[in-house]
Ligand binder design. Structure first.
Ligand code: ADP
Ligand code: MG
Length: 206
């Protein structure tokens, strides 16, 4: 079972990954965007860490709802409301329980990704974060690491795609040949989940 600390660990590892990868995410957002994806997520996840530190005793659902709400209110770019919706919706699905099973988390994340698709109107193949999130979540039934690897492959598969949603779509054919920054950060988020699970399983705490 996964408790509130597991979800805090996920957000802490995700924040560290964003801190490390922010320059690369911004660089990917240069040719097909406005060069702010790394700084957007850095601002958002730094605020998530602060918000979670200010609210110590909370269960799985509350951790993700707070994280999602914080991303929505601190990130100006398209990715803030989209990632915010992912976490908030996933957290709402988890509800008030003090601990959730991996199967409950899989179903909740599936609903969260559905909410992202609904909000942004994108589908796999449109060269967005969904190209990593959808294959990633589909592998959750195998393992967290398999999900992270599928998301990573999904992010690499955005290179030859033509962008149909978001800022990159303004470029039309010129969006081809570049990796989508949001798909890249989505793979980081699922890798952070796998890292959090490894740490918990190793310590026997989760
Ligand atoms: P902005 O585009 O406003 O500058 P960011 O640079 O932070 O915001 O995020 C860009 C990323 O957001 C894109 O690489 C893409 O993955 C994702 N994105 C943009 N629009 C959509 C959408 N409608 N649906 C899903 N993801 C989207
Ligand atoms: Mg941008």
């Amino acid at each position: 079972m996964r408790d509130g600390d597991f979800f805090r660990r996920w957000m802490t590892v995700a924040t560290a990954a964003v801190e490390q990868e922010a320059p690369r995410l911004t660089e990917l957002d240069s040719p097909i965007g406005d060069a702010d994806h790394g700084s957007n997520l850095l601002r958002g996840f730094t605020a998530v860490r602060a918000a979670l530190e200010a609210e110590p005793a909370t269960g799985p659902g509350a951790v993700l709802v707070l994280a999602g709400r914080t991303l929505i209110s601190t990130v100006g770019g398209a990715s803030g409301p989209l990632y915010g919706t992912l976490l908030r919706r996933t957290g709402k699905e988890l509800g008030e329980a003090a601990e959730v099973s991996d199967e409950e988390l899989r179903k909740a994340l599936y609903a969260g990704v559905g909410a992202v698709a609904q909000l942004g109107g994108a589908a796999p193949g449109d060269k967005t974060m969904l190209d990593a999130l959808v294959p990633g979540v589909a592998e959750l039934g195998t393992s967290y690491r398999a999900a992270a690897q599928a998301a990573e492959r999904g992010s690499l598969a955005t290179v030859p795609m033509l962008a149909r949603k978001g800022r990159a779509s303004y470029l039309g054919e010129r969006s081809i040949g570049h990796q989508d920054p949001g798909a890249t950060s989505a793979a980081l988020l699922l890798a952070a989940l796998a890292d959090a699970a490894d740490a918990g399983d190793a310590g026997g705490a989760a």
